[in-house]
Design a protein. Structure first.
Length: 79
């Protein structure tokens, strides 16, 4: 289970690492649409990244838990 979850979270971390700098760069284009927060509000960016990581962890956890219930011999015979 740890292997499946870690692979999913590594991909999520790569996506967040690429997306956050791009978001900061493009935030000035959206600055006119934001009310009450600055275009580079760290709490909003951090909360969004944390929410994305949490959802990605759940999206990896449930299939991993379900895959652990399958007997390896049954899975190998199927293929």
């Amino acid at each position: 289970m740890r292997m499946l979850i870690s692979r999913g979270l590594v991909l999520t971390a790569i996506g967040i690492a690429i997306g956050l700098p791009l978001t900061f760069a493009l935030a000035r284009l959206l600055a006119s649409l934001l009310f009450g927060v600055s275009a580079t509000d760290l709490i909003s960016f951090g909360g969004g990244a944390a929410a994305l990581a949490g959802v990605a962890m759940l999206a990896c956890y449930f299939p991993a838990r379900r895959a652990m219930r399958v007997d390896p011999m049954v899975a190998l015979r199927y293929e």
